[in-house]
Write a protein that binds this ligand. Structure first.
Ligand code: M6R
Length: 364
């Protein structure tokens, strides 16, 4: 059942290109996005004033990428909440708002409670769910299924990729309905999205480089991830993935926040992984990387194939395929998922079933 792979986590990472293809291609026709959400016709989407994305764990991290994409492409304000916080903070919800719940399993107790809260207030709800017929899928006003097939490993990998896929489709759709995207730009983004499965495959093919980095990091006690903008959200997801499966203490920081406290933790040999895929922010993140390096950190950089990297800037370098900047998270997360996987294997951890964790968290 693991299809020849030693673990479900690795099998599921390798399934990402197909899962993303299944999720995206039926929803693009003639250079246009077709979401076919019965309760959310174009007129309603065009009037959406604010979006609240609510989820837990990796699904919440997907929501953070969704916020960047929706705000950049559609200029619709987006808030992202952890479901267990949202449900108890008496959130301010407007009548033209949309609450988007993201969940692989569709059974996460806090996300379900957040959905019920929004419905109880009469706010329209849209679920992005993988498991067909699950509670969240049944109770939400509308559902966009991610169609990734079963995800068995406790660590979520392919589900994150398809959640991103749906969020990008929604962002492009909203962008065109809110008059922020020209027909040409929409067409271009659609064709870029259709190319993502091949780009993700290219990222997976870089696995040998990742394995070499895993060897170097396998004995680490702490790992820090730094990035800016959407790369910061990737840092959060990478940090969660690595700590979840390898039991290494990991933290993700907005690179610009280092100076406000965290840099005091850096000493000789502390591993710091910088993610820098956005050209406009690249020099800033590199300068933060130089600062931690000057304090003895062992630095690793994840960036795209075109980024100009000074020869002695980093000890390790992982390059990801070039894609439109806005879509970079879809390829950038791949080596970081593989890194978590390989480090956990090298440390002899129970990769598919990490201690103390359940695949689906049905109690709060
Ligand atoms: O089934 P869900 O997507 O609602 O689950 C949410 C989280 O429990 C889940 O993403 C968790 O954080 C993963 N174990 C992370 O790999």
């Amino acid at each position: 059942e693991k299809g020849g792979y030693p673990h479900f986590m690795l099998k599921e990472i390798h399934e990402e290109p197909d899962a993303v293809r299944r999720c995206i291609s039926p929803r693009i026709r003639d250079g246009k996005i077709e979401l076919n959400i019965p309760g959310l016709p174009n007129e309603t989407l065009a009037k959406t004033e604010r979006i609240h994305i609510v989820a837990c764990g990796t699904a919440m991290h997907a929501g953070l990428v969704g916020r960047y994409a929706i705000e950049a492409l559609a200029r619709v304000p987006v808030e992202v909440d952890i479901a267990s916080e949202f449900r108890y903070r008496n959130p301010v919800l407007g009548k033209n708002d949309l609450v988007v719940l993201i969940s692989q399993s569709g059974e996460t107790a806090d996300t379900l409670a957040a959905l019920r809260l929004a419905k109880g207030r009469g706010i329209r709800t849209l679920a992005i769910v993988n498991v067909p017929g699950s509670s969240i899928a049944r109770e939400a006003d509308d559902v966009l299924y991610t169609w990734a097939g079963p995800e068995i490993a406790v660590a979520s990998t392919k589900a994150y990729l398809v959640q991103l896929s749906v969020l990008y489709l929604l962002a492009v759709k909203l962008g065109s309905l809110h008059g922020e995207l020209s027909t040409e730009k929409e067409q271009q983004l659609c064709s870029d999205l259709l190319e993502m499965p091949a780009k993700i495959q290219e990222a997976i093919d870089g696995e040998p480089d990742v394995l070499a980095c895993a060897e170097e990091l396998k004995n680490a006690q702490h790992v820090f991830f730094i990035g800016r903008g959407v790369d910061y959200t990737l840092c959060m997801e990478s940090s969660l993935k690595l700590k979840e499966v390898s039991y290494i203490h990991c933290e993700a920081y907005a690179a610009g926040e280092l100076k406000h406290g965290t840099i005091s933790l850096i000493e000789n040999g502390t591993p710091v992984i910088a993610v820098a895929t956005q050209p406009s922010l690249y020099p800033k993140t590199v300068s933060n990387l130089e600062e931690v390096k000057a304090r003895g950190a062992d630095v690793m950089l994840v960036c795209d194939k075109d980024a100009k990297v000074e020869p002695d800037l980093t000890k390790n370098l992982l390059r990801v395929p070039n894609v439109d900047n806005i879509l970079a998270p879809m390829v950038t997360i791949v080596p970081l998922q593989l890194l978590a996987y390989h480090i956990a294997v090298l440390r002899g951890c129970d990769v598919d079933k990490p201690r103390n964790l359940a695949k689906s968290v049905t109690v709060e």
